[in-house]
Design a protein around this ligand. Structure first.
Ligand SMILES: Cc1ncc(C[n+]2csc(CCOP(=O)(O)OP(=O)(O)O)c2C)c(N)n1
Ligand code: SF4
Ligand SMILES: [Mg+2]
Length: 226
């Protein structure tokens, strides 16, 4: 398969950046052949043919239990679950918490763009307080949810939890390598990745990067959570 596949993501989207860095890490470590990527519902499903690896399409909020099942059946595989902030922390939160608590040996990649991207930018659990969305035109009254910090309360020793951003490629690749090592050691790993959604943020060019750096990063602290 060619290394270059036309992307279906909007121009300026963060998803293809995260996916390309994942591909680079897998390629560098000669892990493409054993890797499988589960997709949730949301803009992550547009990744179905973006990488030269097999993918699964699952239901909204159900990518984690699907990849848990796959990993249990094929425990030699390297299993990734790609999910949006809505899929991970709203409709899929119950199965995410239990997978983390049971220390399932999968790697969950949560793309946090602070909105329900695919359906038009409604409020998600990670929407910033005061952020205007299609469902909260006056501004979201709630504080955003901190996924990795929440999971810290339930994971077992050996798990890896972290947060980074699509414009922190060095840190993102370092965390991907740590997450892979964690999965290979038989433990649960999750990386939350702050990501651009210019379509729903209604930002252009440099404004998108500025929005992530100045609005998201002060609230969602980057680094290893565990
Ligand atoms: C059971 C179910 N409920 C609702 C939807 C509608 N739906 C599709 S994508 C989506 C939001 C996705 O948001 P997120 O998980 O943050 O992913 P993003 O598109 O932002 O990457 C919703 C609510 C659905 N497909 N299935
Ligand atoms: S709606 Fe947002 S997250 Fe979805 S493809 Fe477009 S920019 Fe990316
Ligand atoms: Mg989202």
């Amino acid at each position: 398969m060619s290394d270059f596949i036309p992307a279906k993501f909007c121009p300026g989207c963060g998803y293809p950046i995260a996916l390309t860095l994942l591909k680079n890490v897998l390629k560098k470590n000669d892990l493409l052949a054993k890797s499988v990527l589960g997709l949730d519902i949301g803009c992550n499903l547009l990744a179905w043919n973006f990488l030269p690896i097999s993918t699964f399409q699952t239901h909204h909020g159900r990518v984690v239990p699907t990849m848990v099942g796959f990993k249990r059946a094929r425990n030699n595989s390297l299993s990734f679950a790609l999910v949006g902030d809505g899929g991970a922390y709203a409709i899929g939160l119950q199965s995410l918490i239990h997978a983390a608590k049971r220390d399932e040996a999968i790697t969950v990649l949560v793309i946090n763009n602070t909105v329900y991207g695919m359906t038009g930018g409604q409020t998600a659990p990670t929407t910033l307080k005061g952020q205007k969305t299609d469902s909260h035109p006056e501004g979201n009254p709630e504080e955003p949810m901190m996924g990795p910090e929440l999971l810290k309360n339930v994971v077992k020793p050996g798990a890896f939890l972290a947060r980074t951003a699509v414009n922190e490629p060095k840190q993102l690749m370092e965390f991907l390598e740590k997450a892979i090592q964690t999965q290979q050691a038989g433990h649960f790993s999750l990386i939350e990745i702050l990501s651009f959604c210019p379509t729903n943020w209604k930002t252009s060019g440099m404004e998108t990067i500025k929005y992530l750096d100045e609005k998201l990063k002060p609230v969602f602290k980057l680094g290893e959570v565990l």
